[in-house]
Design a protein around this ligand. Structure first.
Ligand SMILES: [Zn+2]
Length: 266
């Protein structure tokens, strides 16, 4: 059986502990099943089992699946509009400001977060700065880079395809990289040709994947970000970008992510 997707591992652990972020951004292309995951997440927060499962037959889950649970509001994409207008967001925020009707949580799911108009995004941001209790926002997008950075800075972002979803093949680095500063570790890759550099980065991805499965829940977000950064670096290397620059960029990212010295030492 393939290992469970990492996004699921993270969400499951948060649901179990009841320590969810106030807002999420699930991103990944059309095949990434982000809508499905958003629905499963909503069900997990409302269902008595408090588990992310794909096939719970209970009445609560059925209501969510059928779209008639009063504590789930799902703003679907609108084909012909030029963007998500402030009126729709105001309605959503209004809805979110009330206590849950039936469950312990309210879940607001917003498709195509990259299409928020500036005005709508500002309204949403204000709420995300002081999120109503018992409400979880789940924003979905195909393209994270199109989502306003101010929004990105307020959400717990989870990539739903690429290596976060699929464990890369191969083996990790022979020597775990966490014992040396990132610049120093990544220097090893600086002189490598494209194929060797890709293998080097892949090894690092595998390393973070393995760590993600064993680290405590408080460190999951950092490791998830690290996987993401290595993935970005690998995409750049695939596109034949200057390897040295890519690795310098990656070192900066990893240093930022693991700025507390013990973060990587597990
Ligand atoms: Zn259920």
């Amino acid at each position: 059986m393939p290992p469970e997707p990492l996004a699921l591992t993270v969400l499951k652990s948060q649901v179990r502990s009841g320590r969810m972020a106030a807002a999420y951004l699930f991103y990944g292309d059309a095949g990434s099943r982000k809508e499905e995951l958003a629905q499963a997440f909503a069900r997990a927060l409302l269902c008595a089992r408090r588990e992310i499962s794909w096939d719970c037959p209970c009445v609560i889950c059925e209501k969510v699946v059928k779209g008639n649970h009063p504590d789930v509001l799902w703003l679907k994409r609108e084909e012909d509009s030029k963007g998500i207008k402030i009126e729709r967001i105001r309605k959503l925020l209004d809805w979110a400001s009330f206590k849950p009707y039936e469950g312990a949580w309210k879940i607001a799911i917003l498709e195509e977060a990259e299409r928020l108009t500036e005005e709508a995004a500002q309204a949403l941001l204000k709420t995300l700065e002081e999120p109503p209790q018992q409400t979880v926002f789940v924003l979905l997008t195909d393209d994270k880079s199109q989502v306003l950075e101010t929004i990105q800075s307020r959400v717990f972002a989870i990539r739903l395809n690429g290596p976060v979803e699929d464990e890369p093949a191969g083996s990790g680095p022979a020597t775990p990289p966490e014992t040396t500063p990132w610049e120093q570790y990544l220097e090893k890759g600086a002189g490598l040709k494209r194929e060797a550099l890709l293998a080097f980065l892949n090894g690092l991805l595998i390393f973070f994947h393995q760590r993600l499965r064993t680290v405590g829940e408080s460190r999951l977000p950092s490791y998830l970000q690290a996987v993401d950064a290595v993935y970005e670096a690998r995409s750049a290397a695939e596109a034949n970008t200057n390897g040295k620059l890519t690795l310098t960029w990656l070192a900066i990212q990893l240093n930022r992510i693991f700025s507390s010295s013990e973060a990587v030492l597990v």
